[in-house]
Design a protein around this ligand. Structure first.
Ligand code: WT7
Length: 641
């Protein structure tokens, strides 16, 4: 068909041809590492293991693997079995013997205007020093370390220091709050916690250390807290438990020489908690070997990375996007990355565009919610900045609506920068459905699965949905960066992802495939709500509400929101003796903010006398949603009352 043909020939001039297809310009095709998408797709699908082995060969190993994939224990797949490596060996160590030694690894911009940059040489020094500090604090290979920080350079440094000595990091997003932090510490049983005194956001200070102190009242797991000073505002320091980062780093224990631990390919690198259908958030486990290979290959091909690039992923390192594509993959490819600490609109709505201009950013990777938020302020803001350094844009986190896509393409990319709409998950570790720069684009579609991968849309009975018919998105081939399990709960891994369609990975998303084979993600089909691209579980919001003395029962649902994509709406049954007032509703919103985090604050709280439930007592959120949207309620034969 046409799409294939044009991609193959690399025709097109960057303008829109025909209905809703955007072709890459000759320049884009010229510099692309993969000029012929179809040829590589064909070749790699015939020999997927050959494709991944070749990518792995591009990285450094202490010892080569015996087999690329071991699927004997599926769905517990193993990759690069027998291989020995450490992601830090590829992210830092290897560059120290090349021209990249003095290249910038990070350029950091504080919200308050502070600026820092760090070469690979200096990054190695800081990481080695902090790795030795961790060792002195008793951290050993396999120990979990929780990291709860603002967006400072010490966050990647702390992650890399853990990885270097074989400790398992568990980063908790700095926008989470007391209970979210506590439950993640408790589950991982981290004895060491690394945090900041506070973080700058929107001209205000988020008091991270205060949140830590509250969370630690609820658990005895943590013995030592390391506090990085960012804001300088006074904080409580618990004698014998809390230590300043800068003081530890000035001690003789913080020697700049530290050997990188040789890890098995399958050894865990990190835990990352994410919300699911039920109960508490679960930690996905990612490894040193396969994860490295997967994120490296996808980053290289999708963003067409070269040594000249200045790459900026505006997400937070605390999410999988940041782990894979702020910290690890950019460093593995020797890229210079920008990290910005604060809010996109502080002090003015052109802050991001000023950063692009100032540092000559060539690739900007962000989320639809941010684009919609900035769109609101109009194109005069970006138009006043020189955005000519940009050559590629990216989108992630939720479906991008075509209107936002076109605005981004026109006003930021100036009609010349292809948009890489990357669909993936905490669980997948790496991009799964994504174009590469030469693939013709349709606004709102992530196009097709990455090389070697296969995805399908199925109906309830496991039959392939017809073109354009909505169904469940599944992945039918294993990939190297796949999460290996749910930490301490392999049964949950199997039941959540591998049971609905045995042998196939269930994504939790609904989607459709169009007549050209392009995938269109529709949304979550489980009790996960994507608020501004952040993933939250209805169960988490509900238990935060129920932890307030006034609340007997609560239900949370997601409803469409113009900027956030979805917003949280809640229904609350009060305990007797409490009056449903506006003041109480506000108090409950604040309470959710304190327990879970500001992002989880409900948009709306409605007091009700009853909730629709099944006879077995499960809240029928589907019915609440349908009612709120004025849509048919569907099958309610199982409703109790
Ligand atoms: C869920 C995973 C992967 C990094 C950030 C999110 C949604 C993600 C897209 C996209 C449509 C997307 C899906 C997915 N999602 N990227 N490009 N188009 N939807 O990771 O927090 O684990 O969330 O985000 O619903 O299942 P996450």
């Amino acid at each position: 068909m046409m799409v294939e043909q044009l991609a193959r020939n690399g025709k097109g001039n960057g303008t829109k041809e025909g209905a809703d297809l955007y072709y890459p310009s000759a320049d884009v095709v010229e510099r692309a590492q993969v000029k012929d998408w179809n040829a590589l797709a064909d070749f790699s699908s015939k020999d997927p293991m050959g494709f991944w082995a070749a990518r792995a060969e591009e990285l450094g190993w202490y010892q080569k693997w015996d087999s690329v994939l071991d699927d004997s224990g599926k769905p517990f797949y193993k990759w690069f079995v027998g291989g020995k490596t450490n992601i830090v060996h590829n992210a830092i160590d290897r560059h120290l013997h090349t021209h990249r030694k003095n290249k910038l690894a990070f350029i950091w911009q504080g919200e308050d205007g502070a600026e820092r940059s760090m070469s690979y040489f200096s990054l190695n020094r800081e990481v080695s020093k902090f790795a030795n500090v961790l060792k002195a604090l008793g951290v050993r290979k396999g120990d979990r370390v929780t990291i709860y920080m603002g967006r400072v350079m010490e966050l990647p440094i702390a992650m890399l220091a853990c990885a270097k000595i074989g400790a398992i990091h568990s980063v908790v997003y700095g926008g989470f709050s007391v209970e979210a932090l506590h439950s993640r510490i408790e589950d991982s049983q981290s004895r060491v916690l690394i945090t900041c005194d506070g973080a700058f956001l929107n001209g205000k200070v988020v008091e991270l250390k205060g949140i830590v102190d509250e969370a630690l009242k609820r658990t005895a797991a943590v013995e030592t807290v390391v506090v990085y000073r960012r804001t300088g505002k006074p904080v409580h320091m618990e004698e014998g438990r809390d230590y300043w980062w800068h003081e530890l780093m000035a001690l003789p224990i913080a020697s700049p020489k530290c050997e990188t631990e040789k890890m098995d390919a399958e050894d865990p690198l990190f835990l990352l908690y994410t919300s699911g259908t039920t109960g508490t958030p679960k930690a996905l486990v990612h490894t040193h070997g396969g994860y490295s290979v997967g994120i490296y290959a996808t980053f290289k091909y999708v963003f067409d990375i070269t040594d000249e690039d200045r790459y900026w992923c505006a997400a937070d390192p605390g999410w999988i996007t940041g782990h894979s594509y702020i910290v690890y993959a950019p460093l593995m490819t020797g890229t210079t990355s920008v990290i910005y600490e604060g809010a996109p609109t502080y002090p003015y709505p052109d802050r991001w565009w000023r950063i692009v201009e100032k540092y000559g950013v060539t690739i900007l990777y962000t989320a639809p919610t941010a684009i919609r938020g900035l769109m609101r302020f109009g194109e005069a803001w970006p138009n006043r900045c020189d955005l000519s350094s940009l050559r590629l844009l990216g989108s992630v986190g939720e479906p991008i609506n075509p209107e936002a896509w076109r605005w981004y393409y026109k006003n930021i990319g100036k009609d010349r920068c292809p948009i890489m709409d990357t669909w993936w998950q905490t669980e997948t570790g790496m991009f799964m459905i994504t174009p590469t720069p030469v693939v013709p684009l349709k606004p709102g579609s992530g196009t097709r699965p990455f090389f070697t991968l296969r995805a399908e849309v199925l109906d309830d009975h496991g039959r392939t949905a017809a073109p354009n018919e909505e169904g469940f998105l599944v992945l039918t081939t294993p990939w190297p960066a796949m999460a290996r399990t749910v930490y301490k709960d392999p049964d949950r891994y199997v039941s959540t992802y591998w049971t609905k369609y045995p042998g196939k990975y269930f994504t939790g998303d609904s989607a459709r495939v169009d007549e050209d084979g392009y995938f269109w993600i529709i949304g979550r089909v489980d009790d996960v709500i994507k608020v501004s691209g952040y993933r939250l579980g209805t169960a988490e919001v509900e238990s935060a509400l129920v932890s307030h003395p006034a609340v007997a029962e609560a239900a949370a649902i997601g409803l469409p929101h113009e900027i956030k994509g979805n917003a949280i709406h809640t229904y609350v049954i009060l305990r007797s003796g409490f009056e449903p007032t506006e003041k109480l509703a506000e108090e409950l919103r604040q309470h959710v903010g304190v327990e879970l985090g500001p992002i989880a604050k409900p948009e709306k709280i409605e007091f009700v006398a009853k909730l629709p439930k099944t006879r077995s007592g499960k809240i029928m959120r589907r019915v609440l949603r349908a009612r709120a949207l004025g849509m048919p309620e569907g099958d309610i034969s199982t409703i109790e009352d």
